[in-house]
Design a protein around this ligand. Structure first.
Ligand SMILES: [Zn+2]
Length: 608
């Protein structure tokens, strides 16, 4: 039995949930007003037989005892497991600092010092001028450890080898890379160097800006166990305390964040050149209910920005802030600053700190921005187009609960569509509108309910699926339909989520390193198990077919579990049934049929 199973087996989900939410018995299940969204009639159910929970309302999510604690307390999987292990009296395997990482942190610190000396030397004179032009003062340059990488491609490596590091250590820290000649060279050459620290202050890598116009403009340390872009926010190690006090402001560039800190705005952090991830949003949400994103005018309407925003809206509101152990629900208030055309935050801050303050104060609610994006990009002339806009906006409006914020959002939507407020309200009040709009895109961990293997250590289907994914990077495309909620075992779900985060374009070993990260025993143990299990050799075509088969089986299992929960709930709470909700069962049934048909088709292809 794994530690996760052990913890789960010793806890009763009804006890754990009722410590946080007053539960009311209802036949074979318990119900309550959902703790994750505002509502007047209970749609949050706990199923003791299955040791699972589900919200049949706006959240449309569910899971097991650990996923409940993760959501309720705003914790990561590892932290939720530790908290529950303590409550269950289970001792978890000790989690220690990985010695390999300690060496890498030290190499990074030596590298930073070397880059700083290079910047201060004669070699760095034009770069120092550049920094002065960009308005950075000596203190800020020193505080953020900004440096310059020598352009010859050898100096840093030679220096670090003299310091006693091996070539392997340098390569795994990511400061050198083997060239075509199979010899290691400095990865960063003639670039402005920004040391990047994790939230605890460990130096995990570098961001490097080109100074001579060479591409790419920004180059980062290689993505891997040590440096994981999806989990970092630039400047968080320095901003933490002020974020807790004043809320977070998120800017796009390193220079923007440094300029802000220099001017005394110490609650500013920068994105890592990618869309915000759920993990980053969670990290902020654990500290504060207030976050403001500064968006570039050009980027504001683009799909990538809207996706970032959806991650924020989806995760920020529904989570609670946990403050030094005790948890409280602070009003979530995500906001957007759209920058004046052609201006970056660092320019505004250098020119006039008070203009920046005004911009931050005039930030608009993220949901207003999102609704405007929907109606400005959708068809608002035909009745069908208007209905589609309402359906698209519905999930965001439902997340607002029933207060003044929601009333404002409804009014805005009605105005933009040029229809009476009551018409929009009527359309929104059908629960199926919210759910139909929302479920197809559900990407977040949801169902994690009793599987036929729940009492075993293994789930062969999930393991087979992960073995294929980890062993064959080219299956990533075929994995389009695979979602984390199909995995019922936590360690498998976590492996899959990390594999998703790792993103495409990496080889097998790089992906494995990104998934492995460090010191997390539940996942490390699972990875070892997966790599030891034999895998039947197949040619590429058969492998894709076998993979699609297992994905479809996992999906079907997930649908079955959703359906049985819905059936229990409908049987036991008939007064809650509204007309539109029958559609959900119908839809599930249709999905079943489609899925079975697909599988039959694939089976024929394989045998034929
Ligand atoms: Zn809910």
């Amino acid at each position: 039995m794994t530690a996760v199973d052990d913890v789960k087996a010793r806890l009763d989900i009804v006890d754990v949930v009722s410590q946080r939410v007053p539960l009311q018995r209802s036949g074979n299940s318990y119900k309550a007003n959902c703790p994750f969204h505002q509502e007047k009639t209970p749609s949050f159910h706990v199923f003791p037989d299955r040791q699972s929970w589900r919200c049949f309302g706006a959240c449309a999510t569910g899971g097991d005892v650990l996923s409940f604690v993760m959501r309720a307390e705003g914790l990561e999987f590892g932290d939720a497991l530790r908290q529950m292990a303590q409550q269950a009296g289970v001792t978890l395997p000790q989690r220690g600092q990985n010695p390999q990482n300690q060496v890498a942190h030290k190499i990074n610190e030596d590298t930073r010092a070397y880059f700083q000396r290079t910047l201060a030397s004669a070699q760095g004179s034009s770069t120092r001028e550049y920094l002065e032009q960009r308005g950075l003062d000596k203190q800020a340059i020193e505080a953020f450890g900004i440096g310059l990488s020598p352009s010859d491609g050898e100096s840093l490596k030679n220096h670090l080898v003299r310091e006693g590091y091996s070539q392997e250590e340098l390569a795994s820290a990511g400061v050198v890379r083997a060239g075509d000649d199979n010899v290691n060279h400095d990865l960063f050459r003639g670039r402005l160097m920004f040391p990047i620290r994790d939230a605890h202050g460990n130096l995990v890598g570098f961001g490097a800006r080109s100074l001579d116009g060479s591409e790419p403009k920004y180059l980062n340390s290689p993505q891997g166990a040590l440096f994981d872009k999806s989990r970092l926010l630039y400047g968080m190690d320095r901003a933490r305390t002020d974020v807790r006090k004043e809320g977070a402001v998120i800017v796009e560039g390193y220079m923007d964040a440094i300029a802000a800190h220099q001017a005394g705005f110490k609650n500013v952090v920068a994105q890592m050149g990618t869309a915000l991830t759920e993990f980053q949003v969670d990290e902020i949400r654990r500290l504060t209910g207030k976050m403001t994103m500064a968006l570039d005018q050009d980027a504001a309407g683009q799909a990538a920005t809207l996706r970032s925003l959806d991650v924020v809206l989806d995760n920020f509101r529904t989570k609670t802030v946990s403050n030094q152990g005790s948890s409280s629900t602070a009003e979530a208030d995500p906001r957007i600053i759209v920058m004046p055309p052609g201006q970056d935050p660092d320019e505004v801050i250098h020119r006039s700190p008070s203009d920046w303050t005004k911009l931050v104060e005039s930030a608009i609610p993220a949901v207003t921005f999102r609704i405007n994006a929907i109606t400005s990009q959708g068809d608002t002339t035909s009745p069908e187009g208007k209905a589609k806009c309402v359906a698209e906006a519905a999930p965001f409006i439902h997340l607002l609960g029933s207060g003044i914020q929601q009333a404002n959002a409804v009014e805005l939507l009605a105005n933009n569509l040029d229809v009476p407020i009551d018409t929009v309200k009527a359309a929104l009040s059908r629960p199926s509108v919210a759910r139909r709009a929302r479920r197809p895109e559900q990407q977040r961990p949801a169902a994690s309910t009793a599987s036929p293997f729940a009492r075993l250590d293994h789930d062969p289907m999930e393991e087979h699926c992960l073995q294929l994914l980890l062993g064959f990077p080219d299956l990533r495309e075929a994995a389009d339909g695979l979602r984390s909620e199909f995995f019922q075992r936590h360690e498998n779900k976590e492996v899959f989520t990390r594999w998703l985060d790792a993103g495409p374009g990496m080889g097998k070993d790089e992906t494995l390193a990104a998934v492995r990260r460090n010191g997390d025993d539940a996942v490390t143990g699972q990875l070892d198990l997966l790599s030891e299990k034999p895998l039947i050799a197949l040619d590429a075509t058969k492998r894709v077919a076998s993979f699609l088969e297992v994905v479809s089986r996992l999906e079907e299992r997930n649908l079955r579990s959703l359906k049985s929960e819905e059936v229990i709930r409908f049987a036991e709470s008939p007064p809650d049934i509204e007309d539109g909700e029958h559609d959900d069962i119908l839809r599930l049934n249709q999905q079943f049929k489609k899925n079975e048909g697909l599988r039959r088709g694939q089976a024929q292809e394989i045998s034929g």
